[in-house]
Design a protein around this ligand. Structure first.
Ligand code: NIG
Ligand code: FE
Length: 398
């Protein structure tokens, strides 16, 4: 994770949206020539793989800025949730939104992500919690994927919270979401992954396991919101069911960590989430890395943590979890691609990968976490095509 493979005075040769060659500028020019080739001068800047954001809750309606006042007064995420705020408030506004409202609000967030260098993201459903709205959220992701120059990898997260109509009946809700929603996804709304919020007071180990095994039987890949606030067995569960990732991980057990390392389950860390919940509960990234868990980073963009920027996430990973700039960059590119099963096609600047490339207006990669709170992207290429340039005022729809 600390090896970036930096090439000084390097060049990338792109053809038909793919990387055809990468290496010393002189060597690339010698092997591929420069006649008839459009050149982009990135002298003095950093050229790096497009950022990959492997954990987002992109599609929802409304916002929860008023919760900041409560957090400032000392209320915890779970207290706000227990009082009817949190996820269930966003479920109510998302159910009430029209298809166009949902699309337009989510599109604005996606544009901000692209401007900040994210060229592929994962997105979870989970603010519908009924058949109609969950389907609508997945349809919205698919439309955004088609209309925007960001690839969206869809995840079904029907087990994100227990909706009011099933209050106190989490077992029945899990049965409902499996029998009435999940079961129809492959034929009507295909998704790549299934995720579950395995946490005390939300879904327990057994309920989470049941949900994930049902999804596995349908051929979906698995993810877990694991051990975010308390140890809930999420990391163990991810290892047991063969999940591609376990995410959050503020309180995993040693067994859970060992299991993840053994099965090479990617640990997706979300340092902006404890920041926005105003807790000090950052995952112990150093220990996870030492014990051999591959680490990825993600924004966790959601109404509690309105963070579209992987650059800010990289900064937070370094300053709050003591990841090195090199580790954080690997975690935001190559390992993030692995967390969504795309490591063969994106996540690094290598021959035969997609030409998803970001040019950063900084003299070295160490400046990416260091220069905080501003967008450092000067150009974003998706499949070799310029989709955002700092000269543009805003990236809308390309
Ligand atoms: O990953 N922890 C659960 N889900 C989201 C938060 C969703 C919300 O607060 O709306 C997360 O942080
Ligand atoms: Fe999340």
């Amino acid at each position: 994770m600390s090896e970036l493979g930096i090439i000084r005075d390097g060049a990338v040769y792109i053809r038909h949206g793919m990387i055809e060659a990468v290496g010393d500028t002189a060597a690339v020019l010698k092997s591929h020539g420069s006649r008839g080739v459009e050149r982009i001068d990135a002298s003095g800047k950093v050229v790096m793989p497009g950022l990959v954001d492997p954990h987002t809750h992109l599609v929802f309606s409304g916002s929860r800025e008023s919760e900041l006042q409560l957090k400032i007064k000392g209320k915890t995420y779970k207290e706000i949730m227990a009082e009817g705020g949190g996820i269930l408030q966003t479920v109510a506004s998302t159910r009430a939104a029209s298809q166009d409202e949902l699309l337009n609000q989510s599109a604005k967030r996606l544009a901000r992500m692209l401007e900040h260098g994210s060229t592929t993201i994962e997105a979870k459903s989970g603010y519908g919690l009924d058949r109609r709205t969950e389907f609508r959220i997945i349809e919205t992701m698919k439309r955004l994927d088609r209309e925007f120059s960001v690839d969206i990898v869809p995840t079904f997260m029907g087990a994100h919270a227990v909706p009011p109509e099933f209050s106190g009946r989490a077992d029945e809700y899990i049965q409902f979401i499996i029998d009435e929603v999940l079961i129809d996804l492959p034929s009507t709304h295909p998704v790549r992954f299934c995720d579950v919020f395995c946490e005390k007071g939300v879904f327990d180990f057994g309920q989470s396991r049941k949900m994930l095994l049902a999804a596995k039987a349908l051929g979906l890949g698995l993810k877990v919101h694991a051990d975010e606030f308390e140890h809930s067995g999420g990391a163990e569960l991810a290892a047991e069911v063969g999940a591609i990732s376990a995410d959050h991980l503020a309180r995993p057990s040693d067994d859970g960590i060992m299991g993840m390392a053994r099965k090479q389950v990617v640990g997706v860390l979300l340092p902006c989430t404890p920041f926005s919940s105003m807790t000090a509960d950052y995952p112990d990234a150093r220990r996870l890395i030492e014990l051999g868990v591959p680490i990825a980073l993600a924004t966790d963009l959601n109404p509690n943590c309105w963070n579209p920027s992987m650059q800010f996430t990289i900064t937070m990973a370094c300053y709050n979890m003591r990841m090195s700039p090199e580790e954080a960059i690997v975690a935001a590119t190559m390992n993030a691609a692995a967390a969504i099963g795309r490591e063969k096609t994106i996540g690094s600047i290598e021959q035969s990968k997609a030409a998803d490339i970001v040019i950063m207006e900084v003299p070295s990669h160490e400046h990416i976490p260091y220069q905080m709170g501003t967008n450092l992207c000067s150009l974003v290429l998706k499949g070799g095509k310029a989709v955002f340039s700092a000269g543009d005022y805003r990236a809308e729809c390309f």
